[in-house]
Structure formats: structure tokens, C-alpha cells
Write a protein that binds this ligand. Sequence first.
Ligand code: 17E
Ligand code: FE2
Length: 420
Amino acid sequence: MLDLLVRNAQVRGTAGLTDLGVRDGLFVPIEQDARETIDVAGRLVTPPLVEPHIHLDAVLTVGQPRPNVSGSLFEGIAVWSERVKDLTVEDVKTRVRQVLRWQLANGVQHVRSHVDICDPSLTAVRALVEVREEARGQVDLQLVAFPQLGILSFDGGRELMREAVELGADVVGGIPHYELTREDGVESVQFSFALAEEFGLRVDIHCDETDDDHSRFVEVMAAETIRRNMSGRVTASHTTAMHSYNAAYAYRLVNNIKRAGLHMVTNPLDNAVLQGRFDTGPIRRGHTRVKQLQEAGVNVCIGHDSVMDPWYPLGFGDPVQAAFVFVHLGHYSGDDELRRLLDMVTVNPALALGLPNYGIAEGNPADFVVFDAPTDVDAIRLGSRRHLVVRAGRVVARTEPAQTTVTWDGDEQPVTFLRG
Ligand code: 17E
Ligand code: FE2
């Protein structure tokens, strides 16, 4: 007897409709007897969404203590470093819990969050470590020790990075393009890798998040990864300077990224509005060289980055919205590209985060998402709500499908926004 039988699922990547069986929280072979049966009527079913890049400590702080008037990354950093002085553990926990619930309702079950450590009391790190325990098994968190104001450029930065790791950070971060000099940037990357190696942790660095084509720290990340044998355990995030590099340099860099086995995260929402602020026209789009990286076989993911914070005032934690924007910024509207897009918010970030037993397969945890759409292209086009979010065989979030009608020639008719 099954605990749950899901009927008529359009499982992503599988032709035709299938049924899914669940027992003891795992996918198991189909049986006809089940305690509960849900007919999803041909809706798209995917593995859980995975958020590889967000700053949970800053969520919902937009306008505090003042708005970001210029809209630049650098004014955002200045505004946030004022807000950090007012953080309390309760303040952080309340905001984070709210956004985690939004993310879960959007089908996100795994989140990697950068957490600013440039605060002598490490309030945000302490708060997030507690929320990580609370949320475990619902939304699983990985915390990155993230030095927003630099490791070498911030007084006590090295010590705070180590302390954050000792408090329980899962991943070591960095921000080399924000250090005072090129040499400090290189040293900061080396510091992060050494710390990660010492504690057996992964690395995820904010790298070259600028339009300055002289910002070239991804090459240092690739070199450190190769020398320390950390292939597969390292992620370079943002890397927006890459699209301003000359073609010869970019070619060499992409090859070295591939050789090092780096994972890459592009953040289309934030970087669409943060980058290009010093351009008078044409204005650069603010993303990295996704297609070139993918052609070389590099794992590229889409991150959300911000929800209503000093850098980005919008968002509700939905990776599909970030993917939709990426289609436009990244010219990712080809037929094959649209069909691969959801990989960048599911399997690709699962690989970057090193998640075990991920995916809809017998023996794996029965974690999945039912979209209110029949295909993934429709899900992206419509930003379809997640009808059901299931964790270990239990429904943890539900959205009732909207019903829309129009009155046309005096007759009330349903509208689904689907091609007939
Ligand atoms: N901090 C940073 O350096 N860059 C960003 N995009 C955000 C925070 C959101
Ligand atoms: Fe970021």
C-alpha cells in the first residue's frame, strides 16, 4: 500500500503522462492501493527548485535606513552597511522566516544564502545558523560567510571570516573586486580557499561583479581550484565583468573555468538593474557569458540574489521569475534554450550545492513541485504558480489554480492563457 499516488503527472523530461508512487517519504514503484491519490491532470511536475544564490540577511530591508537613490551596487553596499548596525537576531530571523515561506510556496526546497560577516558581533550569522536548524527538512539552507566590505579591506575581516566558519558557515565566500587593490583581491581569494580547505568546506565567491573589464579574479579562482584539487566544490557568482572582456581573454578564461570545474551563477534580476550604471549608452546588460560557458560544458545556474533589499526593490523569491528575466538578458529564447532553462534553477544548482539523492527517481526522497501549467515553456511564459509543493511525500505548500473569465459578446467564457 502506497502512502501517496500521484496520477497523470507530466514529469519534466519524460514523454507522456506518468504516475508516481510514494512510501515512507521516498519514490517507490507504482501500486494501485494508496492511502491518498492526487490527480494532477497533466500538470508539469519537476524536482524541487534550488536557489543557489540569495542574501537572506538583507531581505525586506528596502528603504532602510534610506533608499538607494542612484540604484548602483556601490550605493546599495553603503546603505546596507548602515542597516547592519541596527541588526538584531530577532529582526533577521523574522525577515528570513517570511522569505523562506515565500520560497517554499514557490517550490524552493534548498537555498544557499550569503550572509554578511562585516559586523563585529556577527548578528546575521548567529541568526541564520538558528534558522537553518529550524527550517531543516522544509527548506534546507547552506550559509556562505560573505565579506560584503572585503576581507583585507575591512578591519578584522580575516578574523571575522574564521569566526563565521567556526559558528557553522557551510561555505566560504569573498568579494575580491571590492578589495582596495588588485593584489589584495588576489590575496583575498587565496585566503578564502585556504580557509575552506582547512575546514573541508566549499567556496562561493562574489567575483567581478562590476563592468570593469580589468576586474579579473575568476582566473585566480580557477587557478586556486586546480592547485588545491577542489574541482566541483567551487562556485563563481555574478562574474558580470566577463561580458566586457576581450574575446581572446574570455576564450582563455572559459577554458580554464572548464578545466577547474567551477560552477557559475548568474543573477539576472539584480544585475540587470545594478550594472551599466556608468554607461551613457549603449548600456550593458549586466550578465555573464552564459552561452559561451555552456558551450564549453560549464555548469551555469540562475540565482535570485535579492528580495526587496537595498540592491533590488522587487521580487518574491521565485526562481522562475529570475529565469524569465534571464531569457531576455541572455538572448535565451531559442527553442532548445527555453526547454533547458528550468535546468538552471533545478538540476544545475543541485549540482553546484552538492545535493545528494536529488531528482524524481525511485529511492530518492519524494520531493517535487507541481506547476499549474502543462509544459515548462508555459510555466516560464506565464510565471505559473506552484499548485503543489511536496516534501518527503507531504504537501507543504498549495496554491489553488486561478480561474479567469471574460465576458465577450455578452457571454462569460473561461480564459486559460494556453494555446488551444
Ligand atoms: N552584495 C553584493 O555585493 N552584490 C549583490 N548583488 C548583492 C549584495 C545583492
Ligand atoms: Fe550576490
